[in-house]
Design a protein around this ligand. Sequence first.
Ligand SMILES: [Zn+2]
Ligand SMILES: [Zn+2]
Length: 264
Amino acid sequence: MILSDFHMHTKYCDGGNTVEEMVKAAVGKGMTAMGFSGHSYALYDIDCCMSPEGTAQYREDVEKYKELCDGIIKIYCGIEQDIYAPAPEAQYDYVIGSVHYIGDLSEPISVDYKPELLKKMADERFGGDIYALCGAYFEAVSQVVERTDCDIIGHFDLVSKFNEGDRLFDSSDPRYVKAWQAAADKLLKTGKLFEINTGAMSRGYRTSPYPSEDMMRYIADRGGRFVLSSDAHSADGIMYSFPQVEQRLSELGIVPVDFAEFLK
Ligand SMILES: [Zn+2]
Ligand SMILES: [Zn+2]
């Protein structure tokens, strides 16, 4: 049973709780390890990311609780590095590499903000062809390790956040499958961990984690390894649905790594 979680946000970016509140919740859940992963500073992501000053405060704050909680819970200071964000100036314990935007960053449209925005982007930038949009998304994802030097590949199929029941596109369409398989093949060569992320479940958009089971099977069959995380934006989202997801993963023959062990 996994009692750690390495993808979470605080008030320093777009989360709803402080570092202290998140730590208290994690201790209350009996967790052994936790990692913060604030959104890296990027001008095109100003509403969601940490400011340069906020980033410094975030690091100090997390360091403070690392010491305060010594012997109670192991705390790590990570960052969720957007693929196009400037490289972080400081060293982090680990990096999650993520794609949240594609295309023209002078007028940024995020793939995971609202379904209407995804459709708008498909219409305005991809001639109404959502599969072309998905192709561009996975092309970016395929570069996430080389561009961010991440340890964990964040929410591999974030573009499907609003696609529960295939309501926006057919996830078995050959163009979609070809696009994600090409990205997975390239990323598998890096040996980096793929994230299994329950964030869209906790926010009511999906009933299963990222990536889809087809993708998980494909990645696992080719030797890919996974880390389970919640992408919590509030204290109550930490380790969201982990027991249910672990149960399902064990049925699929997938055992996520213990990332705290991995970091040693
Ligand atoms: Zn993210
Ligand atoms: Zn996140």
